[in-house]
Design a protein around this ligand. Structure first.
Ligand code: IVH
Length: 718
C-alpha cells in the first residue's frame, strides 16, 4: 500500500524504508525522462514535491538513506528546473586528430575539398583546446539576454543568471555591435582557483572536488546564482552562433573583434600556413601546458577565411574546416607490486599502490594513491561504482595509471585479461600497521553511513600519528623550523636518550637546554656538525614568538587548515581568548559554541573537531608545556583607525542588491569588521537585504542593530 499520504512524522521505519525505495525509483525515472528522452511526465512542481518528501523522510530516518538516494546524486536533479534553450545555430563538436599524420591528412583534405593544390596558400588558426564547458551567450541590441550550455548541441540549458555572475563576460556590448550577437566559448575554472577552493573545502572538512572542469560544471548548474558567483569562473571566447552582421571575415579577425568588445580571448592563438608551422605551434603549446593556469587537452586548428569555412561546410556533427589535435592522454599500463598502508597525522590509513616504475607523461611513476578501502573495491565517495563490478584492485594486477597535471597519480582501472589466476581481493587491515590499535571506519552522525576513511584509534600511542604530527608542526606553513625535516624528526623521535628525544612539540624547544646538561652531544652524531647544530638551535629560538594563525594551524587540529586557522586567529585575537572559548564551547551549546559557529567559513564539522580537540586532556597538557616555551603573538587587526565599524561583528542576510556577498564581506573586513554567518548576542550589526528571514527576526529579538544596504553604505562611507 502506498504511504504517500501519511505525514512523515507518522511513518513507521518499515514504511519509510519502502517509500524511500519507491521515491528513489520514481525520481530516477523522471530524471531519465527529462534528460535522456526530453519528455518529462510530471511538472517541475510535482517533481520538487517528490524530492522534498524524500528529503523529509531522510531527515527523520538518516539510517535509511539509500546508496541510490536522489539526495546523493549531485548534478542531475537540479538541472530539472533550468529552462531549455533551443540554439539559434547548433553548437557542433570537433573531429579529433591524434597524430602528425592525422593533421597532415586534415590539411590535405581541406585543399582537396576546395580543389586546390597544397601550396600553403590557405591560412589556419591554431589555439589551445580549453578543457571547460562550452557556452553560448546571446546579446540583443547590445544587452546580454541568454546564456546557454551546449546540451545536446541543439538544445541547452538556460543558465543566464549564472553567466551574469562571471565577471569576465560583458553584460553589454559596445555601441556599433550588431543587433544580434551570439558569442561562444569556454567557461572554465583556473587551476589556482580550483586548488584554493579545494584547500578551503578540506579545511572545512568537506569533500574536495575532482578536477577544475567538473567543478566548473557543478558551479554553473547551481540554481542559486550566488553560489556560482562565489566560484570565480572564467571565460575564453573563440566562436559564434547567430550574428545579424559579420564584423570580420576571418577567424582571427572575429576573435580580435570579441577582444575589442571586452571578451577574454586566448593569447596563444596564432595564424599559420604550413603544416610544419602548425605542428611546431602544437609542440610549443604542449610545452607551455604545465605552466598555464587552465587545463587544455589539445590544440584546435581552423581554416582562417570565413569564406572558405562556408564553402567547406559541415559533416553531420562537425565542421570540415576544423579539427582538434588532442594531446596524448597521460596514461600508461603497469603492474601493482604491492599495496602499502600509510598512516597520517589524523590516523587515516591510506593505501598506496607500489607500481613497477613506468613513465607517464614524461614522469616516472612508482606509487599511486588508492585513497581508501572503497576505492580499492571500485566504490566512490558517494557510494557510486567507479569501475566495473569485478574490477577491484589486487596485488599482481595490471592497471591503467593516469597522471593529470600536478595531481598525484591515480589507478584508473584494472586490465582484467591480465589478472593473474592466483590474485586475491585485497583485504583492508583491521588494525593499524604501525601501532596495532584497532582501525575503524567511523559512522557519519548525520547520514548514518560509514566514513570512507579507516582510522587508527591509537591516537598519541601511535608512532606514525605522533611523528606525522611533529612533521606537520615544523612544516613550512606552521612553525617552519629549518633544519628539522622529516628525517631529523624521525631520528629525534626514535632516540631513547632523554637528552635527544623529541616526542612532542614542546620537546623541540627544550632540546638545547637538555643538550647543555648532557654528555651525549648532538654535534658528535653523524649527520649533525657543530655548525648545523648551532643553526638548528637558532632556527628553533627564532620561533619562540610566532604569529597566532601559524600557532593554531601547527596544533594539527583535524579540519583546521591554514584558512580556518586565520579565521580563528582573527576572530579571537589572542590564543588565550581562543582556548578559553573552545573550552567553554564544550557542551556544543551556549554562547561560546554559537559564536564559534557564527564565524563565516567555519561549519559544524570543523567546530566540533576543534571542541573535541580541546576536550582531550593530553592536548591541554602538551599545549600547556608548549606555551611555557613559545609565545603566540596577538592577531594583527587591519589598520582601520577612524573606521566606524572597526571591531564590530556584522552579519549580512537576505539578498544583497548593491554588491555580491563576497564583495560586501571583503569591504567590511577591510574596514576592520568581523563578518559572521549567524546572529548571536555578540553581533553588533545585521545588514538585511530583501527576503531576510530568521536572522533578521533573531536580531530584533536580541535587540541587535539592524539596517538595510543603503544605511550600511552610508555608515561605512560616512
Ligand atoms: S571551436 C564548430 N575552439 O571543444 C566548432 N572549441 O570538441 C566550435 N573547445 O564543444 C568549437 N576549446 O567546448 C573550439 N578553442 C576552441 C575550443 C573548443 C575548447 C571545446 C568546445 C567544443 C568541443 C569540441
Amino acid at each position: 500500500m502506498s504511504t504517500q499520504s501519511v505525514a512523515v512524522e507518522d511513518l513507521t521505519l518499515e514504511d519509510a524504508a519502502a517509500e524511500l525505495e519507491r521515491l528513489a525509483k520514481e525520481i530516477a525515472s523522471n530524471d531519465e525522462l527529462y534528460h535522456g528522452k526530453d519528455q518529462p511526465k510530471i511538472s517541475d512542481a510535482e517533481y520538487d514535491a517528490l524530492k522534498r518528501r524524500n528529503d523529509a523522510i531522510e531527515a527523520r530516518f538518516p539510517e535509511l538513506v539509500r546508496d541510490d538516494s536522489p539526495s546523493r546524486r549531485v548534478g542531475v536533479a537540479p538541472s530539472v528546473t533550468f529552462a531549455q534553450v533551443v540554439h539559434a545555430r547548433p553548437m557542433l563538436s570537433l573531429d579529433n586528430t591524434f597524430s602528425q599524420e592525422d593533421v597532415r591528412d586534415f590539411v590535405a583534405s581541406v585543399y582537396r575539398f576546395l580543389g586546390r593544390l597544397p601550396d600553403n596558400s590557405i591560412a589556419f588558426t591554431a589555439e589551445p583546446k580549453i578543457d571547460g564547458l562550452s557556452m553560448s551567450i546571446r546579446y540583443e541590441n547590445g544587452k546580454l539576454v541568454t546564456g546557454a550550455t551546449r546540451g545536446d548541441g541543439t538544445t541547452g540549458e538556460n543558465v543566464t543568471a549564472n553567466i551574469r555572475t562571471i565577471k569576465e563576460i560583458p553584460n553589454e556590448l559596445p555601441k556599433g555591435a550588431p543587433a544580434v550577437v551570439e558569442v561562444r566559448g569556454e567557461v572554465y575554472m583556473a587551476k589556482s582557483d580550483f586548488m584554493a577552493l579545494n584547500a578551503q573545502m578540506e579545511a572545512e572538512g568537506k569533500q574536495t572536488y575532482v578536477n577544475p572542469r567538473n567543478t566548473a560544471a557543478g558551479s554553473l548548474r547551481q540554481l542559486d546564482a550566488k553560489v556560482t558567483a562565489s566560484r570565480k569562473l572564467k571565460f575564453f571566447a573563440y566562436a559564434w552562433g547567430e550574428m545579424s552582421a559579420m564584423p570580420a571575415d576571418t577567424q582571427l579577425g572575429m576573435v580580435e573583434v570579441f577582444k575589442s568588445w571586452g571578451f577574454p580571448v586566448n593569447p596563444l592563438m596564432k595564424r599559420l600556413n604550413s603544416v610544419e608551422d602548425i605542428l611546431a605551434h602544437y609542440d610549443e603549446i604542449g610545452l607551455e601546458r604545465p605552466d598555464l593556469d587552465y587545463d587544455i587537452d589539445g590544440v584546435v586548428y581552423k581554416v582562417d577565411s570565413l569564406e572558405l569555412q562556408a564553402r567547406l561546410g559541415f559533416r553531420s556533427r562537425s565542421p570540415r574546416w576544423a579539427t582538434a589535435h588532442k594531446f596524448p592522454a597521460e596514461q600508461a599500463f603497469t603492474e601493482v607490486e604491492s599495496i602499502d598502508i600509510q598512516v597520517g597525522r589524523t590516523g587515516a590509513l591510506t593505501p598506496v599502490a607500489r607500481l613497477k616504475p613506468i613513465t607517464v607523461g614524461g614522469v616516472v611513476v612508482t606509487n599511486a594513491t588508492l585513497h581508501n578501502e572503497d576505492y580499492i573495491k571500485g566504490i566512490g565517495n558517494s557510494g557510486e561504482r567507479i569501475r566495473d563490478d569485478d574490477h577491484d584492485i589486487r596485488i599482481g594486477d595490471t592497471v591503467i595509471v593516469q597522471r593529470a597535471g600536478d595531481v598525484i597519480p591515480q589507478v584508473l582501472d584494472v586490465v582484467m585479461e591480465r589478472r593473474p589466476a592466483d590474485a586475491v581481493p585485497y583485504e583492508f587491515p583491521k588494525k593499524c600497521p604501525v601501532c596495532g590499535s584497532h582501525a575503524v571506519r567511523e559512522k557519519n552522525e548525520k547520514t548514518g553511513k560509514l566514513d570512507s576513511v579507516t582510522r587508527c584509534t591509537g591516537g598519541f600511542i601511535c608512532r606514525a600519528q605522533a611523528t606525522e604530527h611533529l612533521k606537520h608542526f615544523v612544516s613550512r606553513n606552521a612553525f617552519d623550523i629549518e633544519g628539522l625535516g622529516s628525517k631529523q624528526v624521525d631520528f629525534f623521535f626514535e632516540s631513547e636518550d632523554p637528552a635527544l628525544q623529541i616526542r612532542t612539540a614542546p620537546d623541540i624547544f627544550t632540546l638545547e637546554r637538555r643538550q647543555n646538561d648532557s654528555l651525549t652531544k648532538l654535534e658528535n652524531i653523524e649527520g649533525f656538525g657543530k655548525v648545523s647544530v648551532a643553526k638548528l638551535y637558532a632556527a628553533i629560538n627564532e620561533r619562540r614568538s610566532i604569529a597566532l594563525p601559524r600557532f593554531i594551524y601547527a596544533l594539527g587540529i583535524r579540519h583546521v587548515g591554514e584558512t580556518t586557522a586565520r579565521l580563528l586567529a582573527r576572530s579571537y585575537g589572542t590564543y588565550e581568548a581562543f582556548a578559553t572559548a573552545m573550552r567553554d564551547a564544550a557542551p556544543l551549546s551556549g554562547d561560546a559554541w554559537n559564536d564559534l559557529n557564527a564565524i563565516e567559513g567555519i561549519g559544524e564539522i570543523v567546530a566540533r573537531a576543534i571542541v573535541e580537540f580541546y576536550k582531550e586532556p593530553r592536548n591541554i597538557e602538551v599545549i600547556g608545556r608548549l606555551l611555557q616555551e613559545v609565545t603566540p603573538q596577538e592577531a594583527e587587526q587591519p589598520v582601520t583607525t577612524g573606521s566606524p565599524v572597526a571591531g564590530k561583528t556584522v552579519v549580512f542576510t537576505g539578498s544583497l542588491e548593491k554588491f555580491t556577498r563576497d564583495e560586501a564581506k571583503a569591504r567590511a573586513e577591510s574596514l576592520g569588521a568581523k563578518v559572521a554567518g549567524s546572529v548571536s548576542k555578540k553581533t553588533d550589526i545585521v545588514v538585511a537585504g530583501p527576503g531576510a528571514g530568521s536572522k533578521l527576526d533573531k536580531a530584533r529579538e536580541l535587540g541587535v542593530q539592524t539596517m538595510d544596504e543603503d544605511e550600511w553604505l552610508a555608515l561605512i562611507s560616512g
